[in-house]
Design a protein around this ligand. Structure first.
Ligand code: AHG
Ligand code: MN
Ligand code: MN
Ligand code: MN
Length: 335
């Protein structure tokens, strides 16, 4: 079987669709290389002294793990010098990181969740890196946080790397979703799945059930109906999965369908949800839509939301189209 590398895939996409400028190609290759470095650190685990807490807190009020900090540094260092970026933003940084003066400034903005699934690091369960790429649309010199406040539908590319039994890179540049598996012997990313599609229907849901008592009525209604099984209104039995690494849960959904919910709940009534719009929801929503699925916040399409601040949070419902539609209709009916 002929093997296609990430580089070849990007070159061919450029030839066929002509929408991957050289700077964007460089950016994706650099992010993929950074993910390889993160994968090496993740794989070393205790041997590399990378497990455990860093004893610092991030802007989200979460205690940072050593790997959260290491992954953030790897991504910044890898992306600073290439001349493809104007600035970066991350779950683990209070404010944006502008490319230093000693390097040329490019036209792209890179956003990332350097290490997703922090609570799974120390227990050897799949974790990942999520990234999103925007274009700096204003022509003004310099770059500010405002340049990042674009709706997700303007993403030029998005993807994630999952550090699991296999290390895989999943990518969209707006022409479908492709999956690459890291060949550890050769060190290259090999295309192993192209034109990924999510089935419209599913019998599998993903939600943190321990929050049930805090949910809003539409979410409760939806899950109650699923739990009622064959005898209930859905007329079929449902299965549940919750890895607690969004990357792993989304990867399963891209692979065999399903629906993922991290809804608003009463624990923190003033926050729209737990997950971050720019580092988690937008890139995942872009991938899911590109694979034929849907992503909403219960009321509207995630990719249409115009962010008002960098670390904005959002409710997330994504995955198999008919299921997401059902959850969204329940919310709309309750409004
Ligand atoms: P992060 O590790 O980047 O902070 O994100 C964790 C997120 C997401 O990966 C996952 O779906 C969710 O938090 C898990 O939350 P619970 O611990 O509430 O299940
Ligand atoms: Mn975190
Ligand atoms: Mn995350
Ligand atoms: Mn994270």
């Amino acid at each position: 079987m002929k093997r296609i590398s990430l580089t070849q895939y990007l070159v061919e996409q450029q030839r066929e669709h002509g929408h991957i400028p050289a700077q964007l190609r460089l950016l994706i290759e650099i992010v993929a290389r950074a993910c390889k470095r993160i994968a090496i650190a993740v794989n070393k685990g205790a041997l590399g002294e990378v497990l455990g807490s860093a004893d610092t807190e991030n802007v989200q009020g979460e205690v940072q793990k050593k790997l959260d900090v290491i992954s953030n540094e790897v991504l910044i260092e890898a992306n600073e010098w290439g001349g493809h970026l104007a600035a970066m933003a991350s779950e683990e940084m209070d404010t944006i990181h502008v490319v230093p003066n000693r390097y040329p400034q490019g036209e792209y903005l890179l956003l990332f969740d350097p290490l997703d699934g922090s609570s799974n690091i120390d227990v050897n369960v799949s974790i990942g890196t999520i990234f999103s790429v925007l274009r700096k649309v204003t022509n003004t010199r310099g770059v500010s946080e405002e340049d990042f406040l674009q709706p997700g539908k303007q993403q030029a590319a998005a993807g994630y790397c999952v550090y699991g039994p296999q290390t895989m890179l999943v990518l969209t540049v707006g022409e479908g979703v492709a999956m690459f598996t890291l060949d550890r012997e050769t060190g290259s990313w090999v295309l192993t799945e192209n034109e990924v599609t999510i089935p419209a229907d599913t019998k599998e849901f993903a939600i943190n059930m321990s929050n049930m008592r805090h949910w809003a009525p539409p979410v409760r209604q939806y899950i109650d109906d699923c739990l009622a099984g064959k005898e209930g209104p859905r007329g079929k039995d449902f299965n549940m999965r919750w890895v607690a690494s969004m990357v792993a849960d989304v990867h399963r959904i891209l692979s065999r369908g399903g629906v993922f919910l991290y809804p608003w709940d009463k624990r923190e009534p003033d926050k729209p949800g737990k997950l971050r719009l720019m580092y988690e929801a937008n890139p995942m929503a872009f991938l899911i839509e590109q694979a034929g699925g849907q992503a909403t916040n219960g009321r509207q399409r995630i990719l249409d939301i115009v962010p008002t601040k960098l670390h904005e949070r959002v409710s997330v419902v994504l995955g198999s189209k008919n299921e997401v539609q059902r959850v969204t209709e329940l919310h709309q009916a309750a409004a």
